[in-house]
Design a protein around this ligand. Structure first.
Ligand code: ISL
Ligand code: CA
Length: 559
């Protein structure tokens, strides 16, 4: 196996809670995943990434872990996990775990010990700090820094028993670990090695660029709602590369060729991503950057949604292609469990749903990098359309609702923002068939099934050669068969065109041209695009030249 096998691989993300329920409690589980492995194998994906399945109080759906070495009972048992892993391997697929080590749950034994007293041996495993001078604990303005949490409100939670605040960049039930403490790092590395010894094939590392904070902790520039912007003070901090290199030495050395490692890095720049993914530096295989999914966030934040500026989207993705270039490596994604559904967001989830889903898929999968498919994306699943705040479950959405209402937004305006951007859009149950709960559960699903499951579902697509599912399968097979997809160079075409996304890939005399109309109107193609044999498309009997129909994509090959 060559050491960069993951360049030719396609990863499929499973959000276990919403994938398949096997016991009727309304929550997806490991045995449910086992029931669907043949579906995934037929699709052709190489790697499965599981969102967290560890023991958790579920304040943030498992991104708050209370035991890294136990399976949460709502998902099953360790025996179920071992069976799943074996069955994934039997099908020649690999399994990548989510690694959430910027923070733990406040119910993790490490935190329980840390909070017990100021003299606790694990006090320094988290970030504790007294109130600002002249302030008392819990008094407004007494927080040690002015940072705003990702989930609204301050990042500091007063802890009455020990008279200090603790830091949580996310929910107050997700206290940040103190990576400055070498014992913390060793404990994390030991846990990671334990999973690798069990046979898992790598890690997707949650917000791994937030582990090194600028010291001493200090105020950020003033921002929204009276709170400050701490981001530049904790993202890609001074010791991030050092910590990642240490992790590589301690955990991956000697076995990294078989593994896939991907770091989730909000706000990362191409310069930093190149340092992380340069193989000689021995950090990570690839990162998730956020520039292209922040493209429609307005001045009022992510729920202040702006129309898509395609020229800008292309310039962002083109910049990542050229800056990571031949030395680093990109991961490619539209969707995950934190993002709205791409067909609703950048496509057309009405008249041209299937065609636009295919066009977006082709544009993504044929760039240089490793593509990620988020569950249901291969069906062209749409946003949820949840209409009242009672329908929402995600803590970010619920907190944002309160915060924005307090800032004077109307209910209708907040709901409009949530309908476009809430993380719950991606978290509705996978639509397996037309039955009342879409084949997801026989019980009551933890989050509503989207109404269009009666016709938009896997059962209707897997045997239909014209379906979105069939198109994803073709794209995956194409990557496996054509080295130019994984290894070719990249050149953007028609960068200023507001409708067309076009680029060229080339390797050893083989040229692949991808040209897509990402609009609902006919589009002209200019002379820079050139010709070739039409090897993939989304319109029956289409021509390889001439104007593009709405949402048409053509993949042309010449040699
Ligand atoms: O979805 C977001 C809020 O708008 C993102 O900023 C998200 O919080 C960020 O990408 C980090 O995400 C990861 O860590 C979070 C968890 O809630 C997300 O589900 C996870 O993907 C905290 O662990
Ligand atoms: Ca279940």
């Amino acid at each position: 196996m060559s050491s960069d096998w993951w360049k030719s691989a396609v990863v499929y993300q499973i959000y276990p809670r919403s994938f398949q329920d096997s016991n009727g409690d309304g929550i997806g589980d490991l045995n449910g995943i086992r029931q669907r492995l043949d579906y995934l194998h037929d699709l052709g994906v190489d790697v499965l990434w599981l969102s967290p399945i560890y023991e958790s109080p579920h304040a943030d759906n498992g991104y708050d872990i209370s035991d890294y070495q136990a399976i949460d009972p709502s998902f099953g048992s360790m025996a179920d996990f071992d069976a799943l892993l074996a069955e994934v391997h039997e099908r020649d697929m690999r399994l990548v775990m989510d690694l959430v080590v910027n923070h733990t749950s406040d119910e993790h034994p490490w935190f329980l010990e840390s909070q017990a007293s100021k003299r606790s041996a694990k006090r320094d495993w988290y970030w504790w700090s007294p109130p600002r001078p002249e302030y008392s604990l819990g008094q407004e303005g007494g927080e040690p820094t002015n940072w705003r949490s990702f989930f609204s409100g301050p990042v500091w939670e007063p802890h009455e028993d020990s008279g200090e605040y603790y830091l949580h960049l996310f929910h107050k039930k997700q206290p940040d670990l103190n990576w400055e403490n070498p014992e913390v790092r060793q404990a994390v590395y030991t846990m990671m090695s334990w999973w690798l010894d069990k046979g898992v094939d790598g890690f997707r590392m949650d917000v791994i660029n937030l582990i090194s904070k600028v010291l001493p902790l200090q105020d950020g520039a003033p921002g929204a709602g009276g709170l400050g912007n701490g981001f530049p003070l904790y993202a890609c901090g001074p010791r991030m590369h050092e910590f990642l290199q240490e992790m590589h030495r301690e955990v991956f050395d000697g076995r990294d060729a078989e593994l896939l490692t991907v770091g989730e890095m909000p706000g990362v720049t191409p310069e930093d991503a190149l340092l992380v993914t340069d193989p000689d530096r021995r950090e990570l295989d690839m990162v998730f950057q956020f520039d292209h999914v922040d493209v429609d966030h307005g001045p009022g934040g992510k729920f202040d949604v702006q129309p898509l500026d395609l020229v800008r989207l292309k310039s962002i993705l083109g910049r990542w292609q050229s800056e990571l270039g031949e030395r680093g490596w990109n991961s490619l994604y539209w969707d995950n469990h934190d993002q709205p559904r791409v067909v609703s967001r950048f496509g057309d989830d009405g008249e041209h749903r299937a065609r636009s889903a295919k066009a977006l898929a082709a544009v993504l999968h044929l760039m240089r990098g490793t593509p990620y498919i988020y569950q249901g994306e291969e069906l062209g699943m749409t946003n949820a359309g949840l209409a009242t705040i009672d329908d929402y479950r995600d803590v970010e959405s619920l907190n944002a609702y309160d915060e924005l209402r307090a800032q004077g937004w109307t209910d209708a305006k907040v709901i409009e923002g949530l309908q476009a951007m809430s993380r719950d859009n991606a978290r509705t149950p996978v639509q397996w068939d037309a039955s009342p709960h879409a084949g997801f559960t026989t019980g009551t699903p933890w989050l509503k099934v989207t109404g269009n499951h009666t016709w938009l579902n896997a059962a209707a697509q897997v045997d239909d050669s014209d379906s979105v599912w069939a198109f994803y399968r073709e794209l995956i097979a194409f990557r496996h068969a054509e080295p130019v997809v994984a290894h070719g160079d990249f050149q953007m075409l028609m960068p200023e065109d507001p409708q067309v996304f076009a680029y060229r890939r080339a390797l050893d005399g083989v040229v692949l041209t991808v040209v897509a109309n990402l609009s609902g109107q006919t589009a002209e193609v200019d002379g820079s695009v050139g010709g070739g044999e039409l090897v993939l498309g989304n319109i029956d009997g289409a021509s390889s030249e001439g104007p593009l129909a709405p949402w048409e994509v053509r993949v042309l090959r010449s040699a």
